[in-house]
Ligand binder design. Structure first.
Ligand SMILES: Cc1ncc(COP(=O)(O)O)c(C=O)c1O
Length: 440
């Protein structure tokens, strides 16, 4: 396409396209729009996407995503051949994503009956599913066992009792252990410290392991840990690997997910390669050489490949400049939950200099519905398109119906083509669960 330029070089005086590039999907470009430069993802312009699919819209750069997945799989295999990469599907549980992850050779981490159903509907081999959760019910365990799930990651003694009761054939299990690492991240994302609700401390883990090893149908494979999410200090992953080695010698060590990503223009995040270097160095020093290593990244797989597109509904100049869009915390809950800073751009006018710092707000009835506190924008107008970057992880998955909001659609884009993988919710969908009260 002759009017398309990549964004890794600034292309117009006074604009900051180079900075945008560092947080946008890998396959982002600038193309000539009707009134100047606009963003394209996967070769499809934001204007075309908004017109065809409406807004709010989650857009996924398929080629960039596949490349990122291969960085994890190939990178770990090169460093530790007996390895397996699981995609933590809670970060973006769309059927289209399960299909793509499966095609690329990832196993899948599922956390609940719903994610098992989504993965199976996508055609994922049940043997490649790993079932997590600190409160799995009898009903969910039965769904998993009937499906022939590959591995169950046991969290506690009540779950062992459930398995002892429900198992009718051999089942691979891992035990989640608290590794005693307080991850440097938001408190809601730290899961490896001594007060974590997930897993068992080392002393109790040893008792649980003995009990499971004694059961004729429990095939005890090894231990699992997960220290938290959005972790930017790779030494913490290495520390967790070292700590867990004291639980014993096993066939498998699943060292969890949690690698952090770059959300803002100024933030830095470790590369996949440096993360892998760190955990594999610790594994070489502390784990049995013949053991299998598993990792289960979610955020760092999908965050950068995904963006969310909105339309400006109102611009108000009062105590602040408020740019209000046609979505909000109902589709970006992670911001309210973790106070993570995101960046947003006026995607239909990217050549224009950023002249003001605005409060990018949503349409939900909460003052906390503030998507970006101080977004650098040209003067915004009603109808402009706002693109929020790095929203691939933990946005769609936490979307909800607050204020009657409808969950957005998801499109995958690649090579100038877009394909719908999840349709937008409708008002009929919203009413459907209330059928009893409506008398039908
Ligand atoms: C058990 C487990 N594994 C993996 C992940 C994925 O973490 P992240 O998306 O930060 O890579 C999570 C999410 O917190 C998790 O709870």
């Amino acid at each position: 396409m002759s009017n398309e330029t990549t964004l890794n070089q600034p292309t117009a005086e006074g604009t900051r396209l180079g900075e945008l590039w560092s947080i946008l999907p890998e396959e982002s470009s600038r193309i000539d729009g009707e009134t100047g430069g606009e963003l394209a993802i996967g070769g499809v312009s934001v204007t075309a996407l908004a017109e065809q699919y409406g807004t709010p819209l989650h857009i996924v750069d398929e080629a960039g995503l596949r490349r990122q997945i291969r960085r994890f799989i190939d990178g770990l295999r090169e460093r530790w051949p007996n390895s397996e990469v699981l995609y933590a599907s809670k970060s973006f549980p769309a059927v289209g994503m399960y299909q793509l992850a499966h095609e690329e050779g990832l196993s899948i981490d599922v956390a609940g009956g719903g994610e098992i159903k989504l993965a199976l509907a996508a055609g994922v081999d049940p043997a490649r599913l790993h079932f997590h959760g600190n409160a799995k019910t009898d009903a969910e365990l039965s769904i998993a066992l009937e499906a022939g799930i590959g591995t169950i990651i046991v969290d506690n003694f009540d779950e062992i009792e459930r398995l002892e009761r429900l198992l009718t054939r051999p089942q691979n299990v891992l035990l989640r252990v608290i590794p005693g690492v307080e991850a440097e991240t938001h408190a809601s994302q730290a899961t490896g410290g001594d007060k974590s609700k997930f897993g068992l401390p080392m002393d109790q883990a040893k008792v649980a392991i003995e009990r499971m090893q004694a059961h004729p149908l429990i095939e005890f494979e090894g231990v699992h840990l997960h220290i938290g999410s959005q972790i930017l200090n790779t030494h913490q992953f290495a520390q967790a690997v070292e700590n867990i080695s004291s639980t014993g010698t096993f066939a498998t060590y699943d060292v969890g997910g949690g690698l952090g990503v770059k959300y803002t223009y100024t933030e830095e995040a470790p590369s996949v390669e440096s993360y892998l270097d760190s955990i594999v160095a610790a594994a070489k020093a502390h784990l049995p050489a013949e053991s299998k290593i598993m990792i289960e990244p979610g955020r760092s797989v999908i965050a950068r490949a995904g963006v969310t597109l909105y339309r400006v509904v109102s611009v108000k100049r009062t105590g602040e400049v408020f740019v209000a869009i046609d979505g909000g915390l109902a589709d970006q809950m992670d911001i309210a939950l973790t106070q993570q800073r995101y960046e947003a751009v006026l995607a239909n006018r990217i050549d224009e200099p950023w002249v003001e710092s605005v409060q990018l707000v949503g349409r939900q009835c909460e003052s906390g519905d503030l998507l970006v506190d101080g977004a650098d924008f040209p003067e915004a107008r009603v109808g402009d398109l706002v693109l929020m970057a790095t929203t691939g992880a933990y946005a769609y998955t936490m979307s909800n119906n607050y204020n009657g909001a409808l969950k957005p659609a998801i499109v995958f884009v690649q090579g100038g083509e877009a394909r719908l993988v999840t349709r937008r919710e409708t008002y009929d969908d919203l009413l459907a669960t209330h059928a009893p009260a409506l008398g039908h």
